[in-house]
Design a protein around this ligand. Structure first.
Ligand code: AHG
Ligand code: MN
Ligand code: MN
Ligand code: MN
Length: 335
């Protein structure tokens, strides 16, 4: 009906947050404004990505190496700065930590200081940037604990259960923002003509079982035998299909909607795996649990892991509860 159509078009992110919280408290207003800033960052990054073949400084490498030892792409730095700029002068966030920064970025004293911390992966799947395949941004919001913003940022080293919001932006054929503030998982699609993210899917539930398994089988010989056993099992059983894009956000989004499991196990070179807990695995673990799925290191729930440094990596097994349990049964068979 007409009313419904207009109403739906007006369900923007900031309004949806207030609806979710059923409150207009200061905290609710803060979160609503904070999600709006995330949306702004997403729009700015999407705009640059859609023109990346046309604007000089969007493609290719900067020549630097980040704290992870990875070659930094120009888009990595651009997107990293976009999130900082979106939150300076916002009065919402006091500190930002990301894959591309060795130490957290502190909002300067002369800016209004907020009560939240933003942990983010500004561009996830950077290896897809120069070949025009989807990439994403991942974010997690936590409350600022304690007063002293000491350099060690020890208050950031908390398990994923302490997240109060998490989500990602998927820069694909459409630009989607998927988030949760603890009341289910919801997706918004960017309407470029409006310049707004409009609600497109509410209360997304991941199927208990799914056909997709998503893993880089090029690492097969670096894996623990238990993971090799798991892949032999899915090779020998009907009903599985392999999908791997090289960007966690895109692979995760497929599994969130269709079911299955994504895994990035430990390898000989990286025994703890490649994915970073605070701004990749923990935010996605928060989402998948809100959608009725699971996320595990193989031994422990991701949301229980106690990080001891900001860029800590863990193995990641995430998706439908039955598919995750199957992988865990292999991993735990030896223990
Ligand atoms: P990022 O681009 O933020 O460094 O993350 C890349 C990650 C993740 O997006 C993806 O699933 C994984 O790296 C792919 O790693 P491999 O190329 O080793 O499979
Ligand atoms: Mn990277
Ligand atoms: Mn990433
Ligand atoms: Mn990244």
């Amino acid at each position: 009906d007409h009313k419904h159509a207009i109403d739906r078009d007006c369900t923007t992110l900031s309004r949806h947050v207030l609806q979710q919280l059923q409150s207009f408290s200061a905290d609710a207003q803060d979160l609503s404004a904070l999600m709006n800033r995330i949306a702004l960052a997403g729009k700015l990054i999407a705009r640059r990505l859609t023109r990346s073949g046309l604007v000089e400084e969007a493609l290719g490498f900067t020549g630097d190496t980040n704290v992870q030892g990875e070659a930094v792409k120009k888009m990595d730095l651009y997107a990293n700065q976009v999130f900082i700029s979106a939150f300076e002068q916002s009065g919402l966030v006091c500190r930002l930590a990301s894959e591309e920064m060795e130490k957290p970025y502190y909002i300067p004293e002369n800016c209004p200081i907020g009560r939240y911390t933003l942990l983010y992966d500004p561009i996830d799947g950077s290896s897809n940037l120069d070949i025009n395949i989807n990439v994403g941004s991942i974010f997690a919001v936590r409350r600022q604990e304690g007063e002293d913003l000491d350099e060690s940022a020890s208050d950031l080293l908390q398990p994923g259960h302490n997240q109060i919001a998490a989500g990602y932006i998927l820069y694909g054929p459409s630009t989607m923002l998927v988030y949760s503030i603890g009341h289910g998982v919801h997706a918004f699609t960017l309407d470029p003509n409006l310049g707004e993210f409009i609600l497109s899917q509410e209360n997304i539930r991941v199927p208990d079982h799914g056909p997709v398994y998503s893993v880089n089988e090029g690492n097969f010989w670096q894996w623990d035998e238990s993971i090799r056993e798991f892949t032999r099992y899915v090779h020998q059983h009907q009903g599985y299909t392999a999908r791997y894009s090289g960007a966690l956000v895109g692979d995760f989004h497929r599994i969130l909607l269709q079911g299955g499991v994504f895994l990035y196990p430990g390898t000989a070179r990286k025994p703890e795996g490649k994915l970073r807990l605070l701004y990749e695995s923990a935010p996605l673990a928060y989402l998948i649990e809100q959608a009725g799925g699971r996320a595990s290191t193989g031994i422990q729930d991701i949301l229980e892991v106690m990080p001891d440094e900001i860029h800590q990596r863990t193995p990641l097994i995430i998706g439908s509860r039955e598919n995750v349990a199957l992988v865990e049964s292999f991993v735990q068979r030896d223990t």
